[in-house]
Write a protein that binds this ligand. Structure first.
Ligand code: ATP
Length: 329
């Protein structure tokens, strides 16, 4: 990736809306074939970056390059990218087939070729048998797949996805996540995915940019972000973390500084072990496949993740934490 031209290169990219600086001096390269996610809270600037890549928004400063070509001033139609929006934006008066065909008509592709490509795209999203239906006759997940088919039928080099699974219920969302990942692998094109759902970003992405306040707070693989968050913001936004203040770190570990510790690194048992400290369970939160405990150790609240639900509130327990698992912030 280091040697080949990036699929997308953003240089000094900024966007202001009046006094609001939505995106601030962003520099970012996204590699060809990468599944890249932009993750961050509402208002952190993710969508604005996506819209500048697509050409729906003109930057206040900086440039957008696609495959080495400066496209900053080009209209959306003249860029080799396509966008899938959260609300799908399907045409209600057209059939599924016509919806998918639309982009090919605009590009003046012949009728026979259009039919072949539309059916191929519908096959890819496993909806060829629904070609004659209207969008209103489809479920949310089916509509989402049509929106995907419509975007991939024109074979863009880059697919931009703005919270495409946001409107789906959890089960369907998880199913579509797997399908999206498979689709991206099969098409081998660059996906840029905007989400505020950290689990979704961790599951799908090759790399993630965590946005905060118009800037990238940290850029890395899901493992990087999870195991080595560089700031309290990332540690808190990607997964759950214990954040220990200087005073707490000194009391618990005899170490100066602010540290993060993942709850699964905290071992909880009923019996005393070497190096264990005693605490009282303040809260038990059942989360299905695991249970989260909030344990009070001399006034410090420590989150722990345990695979079972054998513990109960007000129970005295022994916990073990290793200073080696602390991540300096
Ligand atoms: P969300 O997850 O809610 O979509 P986001 O991270 O995608 O949020 P953006 O939509 O990029 O954030 O918005 C970044 C900032 O720019 C916000 O403060 C937003 O209010 C502002 N903003 C976005 N579009 C406009 C606009 N057209 N006019 C004025 N302000 C805007």
């Amino acid at each position: 990736m280091a040697t080949s031209t990036p699929a997308i290169s953003l240089k000094g990219l900024s966007k202001s809306f009046g006094k609001i600086a939505a995106v601030k001096d962003l520099n970012l390269d996204i590699g060809a074939g990468e599944f890249f996610s932009m993750l961050g809270p509402s208002g952190s600037g993710k969508t604005t970056v996506l819209r500048m890549i697509a050409g729906f928004e003109l930057p206040t400063a900086g440039t957008v390059e696609l495959n080495g070509e400066d496209v900053t001033q080009l209209a959306p139609f003249d860029r080799d990218v396509n966008t899938v929006f959260q609300d799908y934006a399907l045409f209600g008066h057209m059939s599924v087939f016509e919806n998918v065909e639309y982009g090919l008509r605009v590009r003046k592709i012949s009728k026979a070729e259009r039919k072949r490509k539309v059916m191929e795209a519908l096959d890819t999203v496993r909806l060829a048998d629904l070609a004659d239906r209207r969008p209103s006759q489809l479920s949310g997940g089916q509509r989402q797949r049509i929106a995907l088919a419509r975007a991939i039928v024109v074979e863009p080099k880059v697919l931009l996805l703005d919270e495409p699974l946001g409107a789906l219920d959890l089960k369907l969302r998880e199913q579509m996540q797997i399908e999206l990942k498979q689709l991206q692998r099969q098409l081998a094109i660059t996906f840029v995915f905007v989400t505020h759902d950290q689990e979704e970003a961790l599951t799908l992405s090759d790399r993630i940019a965590v946005f905060n306040n118009g800037k990238i707070e940290q850029l890395g693989t899901p493992q990087d972000l999870y195991e080595r968050p560089k700031s309290e913001f990332v540690a808190g936004f990607v997964g759950t973390s214990n954040i220990f203040t200087e005073k707490e770190s000194t009391a618990l570990f005899g170490k100066k500084g602010r540290f993060a510790l993942r709850p699964e690194k905290v071992t909880v048992s009923e019996k005393k072990k070497t190096g264990s400290i005693s605490g009282i369970i303040a809260e038990v939160i059942y989360l299905g496949s695991f249970t989260r405990l909030i344990i009070d150790v001399s006034g410090i609240h420590i989150k722990a993740t345990v695979p079972t639900d054998v513990f109960h509130r007000d129970q005295t327990v022994q916990i073990n934490m290793s200073a080696a698992d602390l991540v300096a912030l």
